[in-house]
Design a protein around this ligand. Structure first.
Ligand SMILES: [Zn+2]
Length: 249
């Protein structure tokens, strides 16, 4: 398991909780002693255009500070996907997040859809035909759903559950029948019992990570990667990311 990370992800590019000071540091502290860090390149504008309109790109550019970091975040997802395709599971420890970014619009602390860009790029390169995206963030990834609504080769799943057990079972049900050449996890941690969603235990992230690993080994030659989406309680975020990575490793 490699962790894709760039020091510029620590920059406070906005006033939202995803961009808060100390957030990336709280994760880095837990994962950097255990996993090798890999540095990404920024995505090119052509990469961003795989998913987003020129109007949307121009809009983000006008936002100023987030633009450059958003290119670097998309580049981080592309790097994680490339590592996964090469047989090395990977996690993009990136921000800003991406799953609320649609082709023509964005909200919810997102600018460009990191995971969608990485998947479309693999498809355009002819390296995969199908992909599965498992989004465990508290919030529905409307941007990812909008991107792939008319693309039957990419299945997007945002499981729900009234209890942590029910949620894990929903993940399991999705993975039982999914077909893919690679699996990507839109890894938000805001459903944790000490975060906004108040549902999942740290151990559940380890369980989900293991299920993703088993799925990948059974279905798609082990190809698996994740990218960071939400997660806002800096006291528990690091250990939750570590638990998911331990499971996926
Ligand atoms: Zn969220």
């Amino acid at each position: 398991m490699k962790v894709v990370y760039h020091p510029r992800y620590q920059e406070v590019y906005d006033t939202d909780p995803a961009a808060a000071a100390g957030r990336m540091e709280s994760i880095l502290k837990e994962v950097s002693p255990h996993f090798e860090l890999v540095t990404p390149e920024p995505a090119s504008v052509d990469d961003i255009k795989l998913v987003h309109s020129e109007e949307h790109i121009a809009y983000v550019k006008r936002e100023g500070a987030p633009y450059e970091i958003a290119l670097l975040a998309a580049g981080g997802a592309i790097k994680a996907a490339a590592l996964a395709m090469g047989g090395e599971p990977a996690f993009g420890l990136i921000r800003p997040p991406g799953h609320h970014a649609s082709p023509d619009s964005c909200w919810g602390f997102c600018f460009f859809n990191n995971v969608a860009i990485s998947i479309v790029r693999l498809m355009r390169e002819g390296r995969i035909e199908r992909a599965a995206i498992l989004d465990i963030d508290l919030h529905f990834g409307d941007g990812t759903d909008n991107t792939f609504r008319n693309v039957p080769e990419v299945i997007y799943c945002h499981p729900e559950g009234v209890s942590n057990e029910h949620f894990v079972n929903s993940v399991s049900a999705f993975l039982r029948d999914a077909k893919a050449d690679v699996i990507a996890v839109s890894a938000g941690f805001d459903r944790h019992e000490r975060d906004w969603g108040g549902l999942l235990k740290t151990e559940d992230y380890r369980t989900i990570g293991k299920m993703v690993k088993e799925f990948a080994q059974r279905v798609c030659q082990g190809r698996r990667f994740g990218v960071l989406e939400g997660g806002y309680n800096h006291d528990v975020l690091g250990m939750n990311v570590k638990a998911l990575l331990d499971g996926m490793s």
